[in-house]
Design a protein around this ligand. Structure first.
Ligand code: NI
Length: 139
């Protein structure tokens, strides 16, 4: 068990009221857990922006599988990066629209490259990359 460190933070009243209201809406019952989550997100983002650390994340795509060669192109790119693509979940939303969630793990710059190639494909209507974690253990 790692040692807990307590520290004091000074903030003006209005800012802390807004913070308390915002974290309350998200379901946090205390500031400490909210601050820990913010610090973790910040560290993940920093690691991510450094570029060569290992990260894990997801790409969510919405596309019409009838719209041109998008299906085949999505598959080809995922095979090109088979060492980065861990898993894919495909949901047929209706007769045309598909929702795909792709889990990736690898060097940050490569995860970004795969995301850029997939999201920019013609026929992809919505595309989002979420970098959820570095591959370093988070406390
Ligand atoms: Ni489908």
């Amino acid at each position: 068990m790692e040692k807990l460190v307590r520290f004091g933070v000074s903030m003006n009243e209005r800012l802390i009221e807004q913070f308390d209201a915002a974290i309350g809406r998200r379901g946090y019952t205390n500031r400490s857990e909210a601050v820990r989550d913010l610090v973790r997100s910040y560290l993940v983002e920093q690691e991510w922006q450094q570029g060569d650390g290992e990260v894990a994340g997801t790409i969510t795509l919405v596309y019409d599988h009838h719209a041109g060669p998008v299906n085949r192109e999505l598959m080809a790119i995922q095979h090109d990066y088979h060492h980065i693509v861990v898993s894919t979940l495909h949901v047929h939303q209706d007769a045309h629209q598909c929702l795909e969630v792709i889990v990736l793990r690898g060097p940050a710059h490569m995860v970004q490259t795969v995301a850029d190639r997939l999201i920019s494909l013609r026929g992809v209507k919505v595309g989002r990359l979420i970098v959820a974690s570095t591959c370093e253990p988070l406390s």
